[in-house]
Design a binder for this molecule. Structure first.
Ligand code: SAM
Length: 283
């Protein structure tokens, strides 16, 4: 029984980090004409009303996109990401936040494909509505980890797999890592972005260890924290682990993450981590 609804969290600091990295990776893929395939294993409903009751319950967007919305000193890549969010808000008021499927749809070109998996039946209905008749996009009402593995390698032999579980069950940590390793064996040249929360740090350390000893090459971690770890008392930080990142990503994150930690962190407590879990020549 799935109870997680991303609408409660839409536009929070975790979405900012994840979607900034997503737009950077797709922007990089867009630099070459050759088609690519983007797979989103945990797509969610795709579109969020920030003036709706779910988002307003805890107003998590206030500590994420809300803190960036009116600033005029954004680093370039954050400005690029924000410009996409602005395309979904007809007025200067921030009232709508696009999820990963809509962000990807916005960046997709005529020749590219977007494959979306979502298990929750209500969310998948919403997702089907945003996709409409777009022939480039396919929605699967399925377990994203299992189903996406079967979609690899894509015929384009170029692309991104975004893995964004809700971590409702603790086994999500190990399942996500095992699936990522299997995916990489099927499609070694693909780029993979795995989002993770920091709630109990020991789980993250185990996840990082599993990835750094997996034999996969070129694995980088980008983490953003709002406050110091507080084992078990909610999400204090989150990160994205990228396998085969675009060569420009680490340098961009080195520019942007200190700025985001400063702007989004709780009263000076923000922090970031950038770490290579496996380099390009890992055995
Ligand atoms: C964090 S949300 C996704 C947010 C979305 N990727 C975004 O960035 O806008 C995770 C989603 O995964 C869905 N989900 C949970 N378990 C799943 C599974 N095994 N396969 C596919 N979707 C799943 C949940 O219903 C939820 O909508």
């Amino acid at each position: 029984m799935l109870s997680y609804r991303h609408a409660f969290h839409a536009g929070n600091f975790a979405d900012v980090l994840k979607h900034l990295i997503l737009t950077q990776i797709l922007g990089h893929l867009n630099r070459k004409d050759k088609a690519y395939c983007c797979i989103d294993t945990h797509a969610g409903p795709g579109d969020y009303a920030l003036d709706g009751s779910y988002a307003l319950k805890n107003r998590e967007f206030d500590n994420g996109i809300g803190k960036l919305w009116l600033r005029d000193d954004l680093p370039d890549s954050v400005a690029d990401y924000l410009n996409i969010i602005k395309q979904f808000n007809a007025t200067p008021q921030l009232s709508r936040y696009p999820g990963s499927p809509l962000l990807a749809k916005q960046l997709l070109r005529r020749q590219d494909r977007l494959l979306l998996c979502e298990l929750h039946s209500t969310e998948v209905q919403a997702l089907n509505k945003i996709v409409k008749q777009d022939k480039r996009i396919t929605v699967f009402h399925a377990d994203g980890l299992k189903h996406a593995l079967g979609l690899l390698p894509p015929k384009e032999r170029r692309g991104l797999v975004l893995i964004d579980p809700s971590y409702e069950i603790k086994s999500d940590y190990t399942r996500a890592v095992e699936t990522l390793i299997n995916m990489n064996q099927r499609f070694a040249t693909g780029t993979y972005a795995l989002w993770y929360p920091v709630v109990e740090r020991h789980r993250n350390l185990a996840l990082e260890r599993a990835l750094s000893t997996s034999g996969m090459k070129d694995v980088q971690l980008f983490e953003l924290g709002l406050q110091a770890d507080s084992d078990g008392h909610g999400m204090t930080a989150c990160g994205v682990i990228v396998v085969n990142p675009p060569w420009t990503l680490a340098a961009e994150m080195r520019r942007v993450l200190p700025w985001l930690a400063d702007v989004l962190g709780d009263e000076g407590a923000g922090f970031y981590r950038i770490q290579t879990l496996a380099d390009e020549t890992a055995p």
